[in-house]
Write a protein of this length. Structure first.
Length: 94
């Protein structure tokens, strides 16, 4: 049985089918109930410029205000002043 034919989208999909990239291999099947091994961690490096910028931002953060906002969010009492947000957005864009 050939299946669906005459559909241009399916025909194009079948024409574009490619083989696996060199060196690619199928993953080994995981037995039922077994955990897959954890993926390898990616190695990440941060430039000295990024570190300088991050430390400059950290020095400008008011940790007391951050903790107060976290507490208000946790208890559900934080209210956003939408007019103030809009005003500051417009000031920033101007």
């Amino acid at each position: 049985m050939k299946g669906v034919s005459g559909n241009p989208a399916l025909d194009a999909y079948q024409r574009m089918a490619v083989s696996p990239v060199n060196g690619a291999r199928r993953a080994a099947p995981v037995a039922a109930g077994a955990e897959a091994p954890p993926p390898e961690a990616a190695k990440v490096s941060i430039s000295s410029e990024a570190r300088t910028r991050a430390s400059a931002v950290d020095s400008q953060v008011d940790m007391q205000k951050v903790e107060m906002l976290k507490a208000k969010l946790a208890e559900g009492s934080y209210q956003v002043d939408t007019k103030l947000v809009a005003s500051r957005l417009l000031d920033h864009l101007a």
